[in-house]
Design a protein around this ligand. Structure first.
Ligand code: HEC
Ligand code: HEC
Ligand code: HEC
Ligand code: HEC
Length: 217
């Protein structure tokens, strides 16, 4: 048993030294970890300096429409909405797809009981319109959606809906936000359900496992 006592005797100064060093380190670190008055954990200083902008990801769809015809060079003919709509003086414009018999036929639409003109501007079909009648360019449809979808607008504002790219810390770089129509078709806005697929397959493992059964798959 003497060897144990010897070992302990040799160890004790070491342990003592370690303890002292730890204590000293804690004492030194304490002011940094705890704020002096409250004893609460101190907050890291917020990043400072000039901030980069938050950009809106552009919508690449101007108020134009392919006619389905091609020009002499084979390029598709694309016209502005107003090409036709500035000439049309309809007493009672169509309000839902079922009423579209002359054009935009078989229009895919499933957005509640919305009328086309809840969003499109009958005074200028090259624009959208807000509920108060103000015209809104197609490139800013985000504002159109948020006036009716308050919950998502709130979530979008603090970043829980709609996703983003770039930096949380704007002092380090810019951020890009999506618009609603990047993910939702304004006419059929329900987000498509995921299609389940087959599990990934390791053909080498499968070959071994399936060998005795002899069946090719
Ligand atoms: C080639 C001509 C043509 C073009 C281009 C065209 N439209 Fe139309 N649009 C029509 C016609 C015709 C109707 C009426 C269809 C009906 O009542 O059967 C219509 C109907 C509509 C309606 C329903 C309300 C209404 O006035 O009857 C909306 C909304 C609409 N168009 C939006 C657009 C937008 C937005 C564009 C551009 C992206 C566009 N249209 C481009 C011809 C056109
Ligand atoms: C909830 C708002 C909303 C309603 C309701 C709505 N639209 Fe639209 N529509 C839009 C927006 C926003 C765009 C621009 C699409 C984009 O930026 O991708 C658009 C684009 C279009 C276009 C351009 C081509 C295309 O398919 O994107 C046509 C044509 C059109 N709408 C017709 C109609 C017609 C006809 C109706 C009624 C049956 C209607 N819209 C109802 C918001 C709406
Ligand atoms: C005028 C008001 C109005 C505007 C503008 C509007 N919405 Fe809607 N939206 C509604 C209503 C009401 C419903 C609920 C439809 C229902 O279930 O009857 C709805 C439903 C939805 C849904 C759920 C669809 C589903 O089937 O689960 C999505 C997503 C949506 N809207 C996205 C959009 C987007 C994106 C825009 C802008 C292009 C937009 N909305 C503009 C009123 C609006
Ligand atoms: C990055 C893609 C993306 C963007 C951008 C986006 N959404 Fe969505 N949104 C989704 C997904 C995914 C769902 C479906 C969630 C689910 O099915 O549980 C959804 C669901 C919704 C719903 C239906 C909620 C419900 O409970 O059924 C509405 C309404 C909606 N979004 C509105 C908006 C509006 C308004 C904007 C713009 C401010 C927007 N979204 C931008 C991806 C997006």
């Amino acid at each position: 048993m003497r060897w144990i006592r010897d070992a302990l005797a040799r160890l004790r100064p070491g342990v003592l030294l370690c303890g002292l060093a730890l204590g000293a380190a804690l004492l030194l670190a304490a002011p940094a970890l705890l704020s002096e008055e409250t004893g609460a954990p101190a907050k890291a200083a917020p990043p400072s300096g000039p901030k980069h902008p938050v950009n809106l990801r552009p919508v690449g769809k101007p108020a134009r429409m392919a006619t389905g015809e091609v020009d002499a060079l084979g390029a598709p003919i694309v016209v502005a909405c107003s090409t036709c709509h500035s000439l049309r003086t309809e007493e009672s414009p169509a309000t839902k797809p079922a009423e579209l018999t002359k054009f935009h036929k078989e229009f895919p639409f499933d957005h509640g009981e919305r009328s086309c003109l809840a969003c499109h501007n009958p005074k200028d079909y090259d624009t959208l319109r807000l509920a108060d009648g103000r015209a809104l360019p197609f490139t800013h449809s985000l504002e159109l959606c948020t006036q009716c979808h308050g919950t998502q607008a709130r979530d979008y504002k603090h970043g829980a809906h709609g996703g983003m790219n770039g930096y949380w810390d704007l002092t380090r770089g810019p951020r890009t936000r999506n618009q609603c129509v990047h993910c939702h078709d304004p006419h059929v806005p329900a987000f498509p359900r995921m299609q389940p697929t087959f599990k990934p397959r390791d053909r080498f493992m499968d070959a071994h496992r399936d060998a005795p059964k002899g069946g090719a798959r």
